[in-house]
Design a protein around this ligand. Sequence first.
Ligand code: RFL
Ligand code: PHB
Length: 393
Amino acid sequence: MKSVRTQVVIIGAGPAGLLLGHLLQREGVDTVILETRSLDYVQQRVRAGVIEYGIANFLEESGVGSRMRAEGLVHHGIEFRLDGVSHRIALSELYDGRTITVYGQQEVVKDLIAGRVVSGAPLHFDATVTGVEGHLMDRPTVSYTSSEGEFQITGDYVVGCDGSHGVSVSSVPSEFLRRFERVYPFSWLGILAEAPPSTEELIYCRHARGFALYSMRSPTLSRLYLGVSPAETLNQWSDERIWDELSTRLATAQAPPIAQGPIVERGITPMRSVVVAPMRYGRLLLAGDAAHIVPPTGAKGMNLALADVRLLAPALVASLRDGDERPLDSYSSDSLRRVWRAEEFSTYMTQMLHPHPSDEFENGVQVARLRQVIDSLDTARALARNYVNLSSL
Ligand code: RFL
Ligand code: PHB
């Protein structure tokens, strides 16, 4: 078995792992990134689309935001649609002129990979981590396999950025981590369609038949979601049924019917909340979806993942360069404060917009909650702050 040594081993080349690698390399810290999937798969995986104000600024300040600034769609508001009636929430007016940027997660990933390739720092695709050992020793070890064989890497630290099904968390003895979880009685059926967006701003729609979301990626690509029962599978949803259901839920008396086009990507994602605490065990640190999942209604998952590494990178540098352990010691508690705020907001958004199939009391409360956002400036202002910038508050 071949053995290599570096300073920080990063498991996973999603937004968290790639940005962490970039921030550390920039400070002269050696890293190796291991990713189980292929380069093509990672660059084409369609997921998040909304980047918060402070996170967009951070990407730019870090030198990886120029294409996002050039091609990302800057939005000043969102729309809530309640039973066929539109209500605009003027995010920027409510929150000091601040904006969100609509820019696909896979574009962020492509930008980060391009930077990594130019730097020449190691990034291995098709490399599956099978275990982490020695968390409490000076030099923990990561084992991985690739088509070239089995390998081990030792580092001063290992960072698990390996998403919700990664191996990092399961490498920790269960008595040292707590897992908090909530499963929602919905999934999202998401599509990417070659159709010009019929709207300039995102539409979050609560309809008696269920939730719908109209988002976009570019002037020619629309991204839409339907709230469906967790029992639904993709083969129950023909293209025609998807468009019919979207058109019904999103219909208003004023707006023209939504533009349709070829569906180029589709998937169903169950909605759940997970928090793993603490986000550290010895020399293993956790970041992003490896430590927490939020339901996508608040558009927080990628933002939280990037906010974790914004905090973690300087903490690792302080330890490795100056021997100062304090920032790393507070990484988990500082991150978890933000994570729980995001869980609260994502739960709030989810439980305002997804009609319950049978609980009419719950539905009455949901509509009252949404009406409060529509009618009360104070409530709308609180929502705007959380939607636009929660990860930097
Ligand atoms: P990722 O992106 O899942 O990356 C983890 C990487 O680790 C790899 N991996 C391994 N590599 C080596 N060895 C192993 N044993 C490994 N096990 C796993 C995986 O292949 C993968 O490449 O986690 P990261 O970096 O923490 O990033 C988190 C985000 O991906 C996620 O939170 C967001 O996509 C969530 N999300 C949204 N977030 C937002 O901020 N705004 C949004 O608008 C938004 N919309 C969404 C979303 C997620 C969605 N889905 C599909 C879950 C909409 C949807 C539908
Ligand atoms: C998206 O564009 O994919 C998107 C937008 C807002 C969300 C979730 C996903 O809340």
